[in-house]
Design a protein around this ligand. Structure first.
Ligand code: NAI
Length: 204
């Protein structure tokens, strides 16, 4: 399996996976790169190149066996290994994320949440316990969590992330609208719905 994949291709793999999972047996056993490309409005060559990273091989004329391709994508994306994640900031956005059931599709399990507000500590949101930030080091250790979602106000985000780095978190999904300075061995991905909307607006 080739893990030396460009980030842009990597970003498309869950899109392929979602699409393939949405198909049913009635859609047939095989699917071609052309059919995937046309459904997702992408170039066929691009689709074939992206899928080649997952080591799934299409068959001439018929294409890929859909279930095999799904399995290859799941394997590549690590969907079958359960990975524990924690969330910091159980406010409006954090609560919505805690209630979201879609992480499991990718093998991610948000195990606990942490907040600095004493009124929130001790509550249960989306079935997850909200604990005090002072419990973060223990929680990360106990759950062997390597991933964290950060949904705290911008002014608190860097300090929260620094603490998470020190506790062994290796990947952060940051929703706070601030650039996070991170050590080299950590990956921080910033999610900004507003910026995406602005990009969308500029495209229409
Ligand atoms: P909120 O105020 O409802 O929630 C923030 C939570 O963080 C609160 O529960 C608060 O007690 C907690 N908190 C504050 N400081 C903390 C600390 N040092 N440690 C742990 N918890 C702490 O805010 P909301 O609306 O949920 O937004 C959260 C963050 O996400 C903000 O930075 C906001 O700007 C950002 N945001 C980003 C979006 C995006 O598209 N990326 C969309 C919406 C919000």
């Amino acid at each position: 399996m080739n893990k030396d994949i460009p980030e842009i291709s990597l970003q498309r793999l869950p899109v392929y996976l979602n699409y393939l999972r949405s198909l049913t047996d009635e859609d047939g056993k095989y699917i071609s790169s052309g059919a995937i490309a046309s459904a997702l409005k992408l170039g066929e060559v691009l689709v074939r190149k992206d899928l080649a990273y997952t080591s799934s091989a299409g068959r001439p004329k018929v294409g890929y066996v859909r279930t095999e391709l799904i399995a290859a994508l799941e394997e590549y994306l690590g969907c079958n290994d359960i990975k524990n994640a924690i969330l910091v900031g159980a406010g409006g956005l954090g609560s919505a994320l805690l209630a979201y059931g879609g992480f499991g599709k990718y093998g991610i399990q948000v195990v606990e949440a942490y907040d600095s507000d004493p009124e929130k500590v001790g509550s249960v949101v989306g079935g997850k316990h909200v604990l005090s930030v002072s419990d973060i080091p223990n929680g990360i250790k106990q759950h062997n969590a390597k991933l964290a979602v950060v949904a705290v106000p911008a002014q608190a985000a860097q300090a929260v992330c620094d603490m998470l780095f020190n506790c062994g978190i290796k990947g952060i999904l940051n929703f706070a609208p601030v650039f996070i300075t991170s050590p080299e061995n950590v990956v921080v991905r910033n999610i900004d719905v507003a910026a995406n909307l602005a990009i969308l607006a500029s495209m229409i």
